[in-house]
Write a protein that binds this ligand. Structure first.
Ligand SMILES: [Fe+2]
Length: 270
């Protein structure tokens, strides 16, 4: 069966059909999925049924799985699968962000597999940060091209394991605009709560500016909101998007996503 890629929104998002991710993917299929991700920035696969091993093998189409830094949320026996599961005080990540910016080489993609889905709400939204960049006034684009963020683990997570703090707690500097390694387009790049500060600015001024930027940049026309069905796989290009969870669901219901992140390049502005 041929792989079919159908765009969902004019700005970003595409549904991929004709593929069973539980089966081994050949090199041509992996290349076409990786290309589709760079082009559409978010890919949706419906009706998948995956074991952890099959899911990890499918993720390889987008890059080698990499370790996640809040290991207390990892699936037992599968350290490259994180459980997104809002219990024991965990809250949905409702602010716009891109993942793991405190890494020297942050992930190229975040992959989510819907295992338990609430009956209403609990979607995941993805915003196209290439379009967000292009829509800013030139003076502000020029300003952003000169700014760099200093990234740390989130200071509001109080249950970080000492070994994760040791491995992943060091400050990492990234450009606020990065060039996509596949197609070379620029996108705004930052994680508001992992940015300790912007170089040359105080933490308070940095947070205020990033918050204001998000309010101005993220408009409905650049957002795709995924309403989960059990068995969906959503792949997000972390090099040119931001995403957020929606906490608008009944917490008596379960929402469990398996998360894999895959290795990317060090962000650069060319
Ligand atoms: Fe995230």
């Amino acid at each position: 069966m041929a792989i079919t890629v159908t765009p969902l929104r004019s700005s970003l998002g595409a549904e991929v059909s004709g593929i069973d991710l539980s089966q081994p993917l050949d090199a041509a299929a992996k290349a076409s999925l990786s290309h589709a991700l760079a082009e559409h920035l978010a890919l949706v696969f419906h009706d998948q049924s995956l074991t952890p091993e099959q899911y990890l093998a499918a993720a390889e189409a987008f890059g080698p799985p990499m370790r996640q830094h809040y290991s207390q949320h990892n699936m037992p026996d599968y350290p490259d699968i994180g459980l997104v599961w809002h219990r024991n005080g965990q809250q949905p990540a409702e602010r716009w962000h891109t993942d793991h910016t405190n890494r020297e080489k942050p992930p190229a993609a975040t992959i989510l597999y819907g295992v338990e889905i609430p009956s209403h709400g609990g979607g995941t939204s993805v915003a196209d940060m290439r379009s967000a960049y292009a829509a800013l006034p030139e003076a502000e684009r020029a300003r952003l091209r000169g700014l760099r963020t200093v990234n740390m683990l989130d200071d509001h997570h109080k249950d970080v394991r000492p070994e994760d703090m040791e491995k992943f707690g060091k400050p990492i500097v990234h450009p606020m605009v990065r060039t996509h390694p596949v197609h070379g387009t620029p996108a705004v790049y930052f994680h508001i709560t992992k940015t300790a500060h912007i170089e040359g600015m105080t933490p308070a001024d940095s947070r205020a500016y990033l918050s204001d930027l998000l309010d101005r940049m993220i408009r409905p026309e650049i957002v795709y909101t995924h309403q989960w069905r059990r068995g969906d796989v959503l792949v997000i290009d972390d090099r040119a998007t931001m995403h957020r969870a929606h906490g608008d669901y009944d917490r008596n219901e379960s929402r469990i996503l398996w998360r894999i992140i895959v290795e990317g390049d060090r962000p650069v502005l060319m």
